[in-house]
Design a protein around this ligand. Structure first.
Ligand SMILES: Cc1cc2nc3c(=O)[nH]c(=O)nc-3n(C[C@H](O)[C@H](O)[C@H](O)COP(=O)(O)O)c2cc1C
Length: 173
């Protein structure tokens, strides 16, 4: 099979991670794949914030839990690495640009046999006081929205494939 398609077909949203950290060389490749994503008008106004500190990941999860009223178990699946994708509020392509970067990150991770999952909860609560305080402490610019987070780590449990819906492709000839 074509190796790009094989990589796409074998990627899964992984929600259980081993505790050991991914290697720096692997992280470097994953970030490179992210920053080579396309961006509208080539603005590249995004920031990729890598968090590899258990307490800091838990702190972010805690303020998100409190802002959204989530239960105590909500912890982004406790990955060893987060890559936070944020973008300038005034960039109307901010979400699309971050989504392209996230998919590149997921696919690069999968090609290295590293699991990943999109964490979506930040985008509406970035300006809640306690959330913004933590984002500030991570040096995420005040004018940025966090559009998505990649939870990254070695896979502890491979999820089943979600079959794709039929009938979503239409041809006009
Ligand atoms: C925009 C977007 C937001 C998502 N948010 C979350 C999330 O917050 N938590 C989560 O566990 N998965 C999240 N996912 C993963 C989806 O649930 C997952 O892609 C879908 O169930 C299909 O499974 P697959 O990725 O294994 O093919 C998100 C995916 C996308 C594209």
């Amino acid at each position: 099979m074509n190796e790009v398609l094989e990589n796409i077909l074998t990627r899964r949203s992984v929600r259980a991670f081993k505790e050991d950290q991914i290697k720096d060389g692997e992280l470097e490749l994953i970030l490179k794949a992210g920053i080579y994503a396309p961006s509208g008008m080539n603005k590249q106004s995004w920031q990729f914030t890598v968090v590899q500190n258990k307490e800091k990941i838990e702190l972010l999860a805690k303020v998100v839990r409190e802002a959204l009223g989530r239960d105590a178990g909500y912890n982004f699946y406790a990955p060893p690495t987060l890559i936070i994708l944020s973008n300038d509020k005034d960039n109307t392509n901010g979400l699309a640009d971050c989504a392209c970067a996230l998919e590149n990150i997921f696919l690069m991770a999968n090609s290295l046999k590293i699991g990943s999952c999109w964490i979506n909860q930040l985008k509406t609560i970035c300006d809640e006081e306690e959330v913004r305080k933590v984002l500030n402490s991570f040096d995420i610019p005040e004018n940025h929205i966090v559009w998505g987070i990649a939870a990254i780590g070695y896979t502890a449990n491979v999820p089943a494939v979600h079959e794709r819906k039929a009938g979503v492709v239409k041809f006009v000839k």
